[in-house]
Design a protein. Sequence first.
Length: 133
Amino acid sequence: TIVFISLMLMSFKCSEEDGLSHPYSLVNNSGEAIYVSSCDYVEKDNFLTYGYVRNCTGWTFECIQPGESHEDICKIPSDAFPYRELQVLILKESTLRDCSERDLIENDVHDKRYVLTYEELEALNFIIDYKGE
């Protein structure tokens, strides 16, 4: 049992050379469905956008209904890439309904973008609480 617990803890937190990783949750506490995409390896000052997600093979937006959550693993290299952060892009269902795909791409339309370091995510207890702001 102790070995199993130790292996689980090791899988959540890598060595300083490898970086840091931990499961996190995004909770939708807004009044409508949201669409979420995240990336933990976009470098500083390069922001995750709707167009970037749409043009990357295999990337999608996940629909999260009000009161539900999305779980993922945040994996941020530390020493080798000190400026990399977790980025979470959120679009409300109403935004997707009201904007054309061209507007979303050309004008970088989004409802919320979180850009968090590992330490900032840790300070939130690895829970991002989206309230529709």
